[in-house]
Design a protein around this ligand. Structure first.
Ligand SMILES: Nc1ncnc2c1ncn2[C@@H]1O[C@H](COP(=O)(O)OP(=O)(O)OP(=O)(O)O)[C@@H](O)[C@H]1O
Ligand SMILES: [Mg+2]
Length: 217
């Protein structure tokens, strides 16, 4: 279970503070598929980064399966994240000078596993086999997103956090991505998906609506 308790995130700028998250409390069960919606700038990416252990909250606590994530040391937190969480970033964040294959394998950095055995199967699964030696700049947008997906799946995480993974895709590629996330859930995984897709409810069990750093429903 993922539990956020009164979690706030302030970004301190020179001339102002931005309350990206304001006392957010939510619980997400293991095996649940949750969609997060809300207008641009309301804090969706900030929320996902906090859940993913990548953005220390200013206040409050994040507990995943009885572990208080931000009480871990940095190394422990990186290892936890590498082993348990797959993250799909809003802007792909592929490493430009690595091939498709090495980008997928880069998920190993913090997990300590070296899953070369898995990577060929993943490239087949995500229809990237013929692109394994391409650099990100040599890929289409849909292919880049599938590399990001394969990387998130590499360490067989129990949680996938996906930040608008279909935002840059045509409807056909969007369905492919959503179906992969649904299949992950059917195999017992937890999915938190930030999305503007109108049909996301067909995939998710529950929608969390946000506005200016708060959960409104
Ligand atoms: N690193 C940062 N430093 C300062 N302010 C930030 C930072 N990251 C985000 N913000 C601000 O925090 C607020 C929430 O940003 P966030 O990226 O979480 O929004 P979002 O809901 O994901 O938006 P979008 O739908 O456009 O991706 C915004 O007002 C944004 O300008
Ligand atoms: Mg965002």
């Amino acid at each position: 279970m993922i539990k956020l308790i009164n979690l706030s995130k302030k970004y301190q700028m020179k001339d102002k503070n931005i309350n990206a998250l304001d006392q957010v409390s939510i619980s997400i069960d293991s095996g649940e598929f949750v969609a997060i919606r809300g207008p641009s700038g309301c804090g969706k990416s900030s929320l996902l980064l906090s859940i993913g252990g990548m953005s220390r909250p200013t206040e409050g606590e994040l507990i995943i399966d009885n572990t208080s994530i931000y009480k871990l040391s940095k190394n422990e937190r990186c290892h936890y994240r590498g082993t348990n969480i797959g993250f799909i970033f809003q802007a792909f964040h592929l490493i430009p000078y690595l091939s498709v294959k090495d980008n997928i394998l880069s998920a190993n950095i913090h997990s300590g596993k070296y899953r070369t055995d898995q990577v060929d199967a993943l490239m087949d699964k995500f229809n990237l086999g013929l692109r394994s030696n391409h650099k990100p700049s040599e890929l289409s947008t849909g292919e880049k997103q599938r590399v990001a997906l394969a990387r998130a799946f590499l360490n067989e995480p129990s949680i996938i956090l996906a930040d608008e993974p279909t935002g840059n895709l045509d409807p056909q590629n969007a369905i492919i991505v959503l179906n992969h996330l649904k299949e992950f859930q059917k195999n017992g995984g937890t999915v938190v998906l930030v999305t503007h897709q109108n049909n996301a409810e067909e995939y998710s069990d529950r929608t969390i609506n946000m506005e200016t750093g708060k959960i409104i429903s």
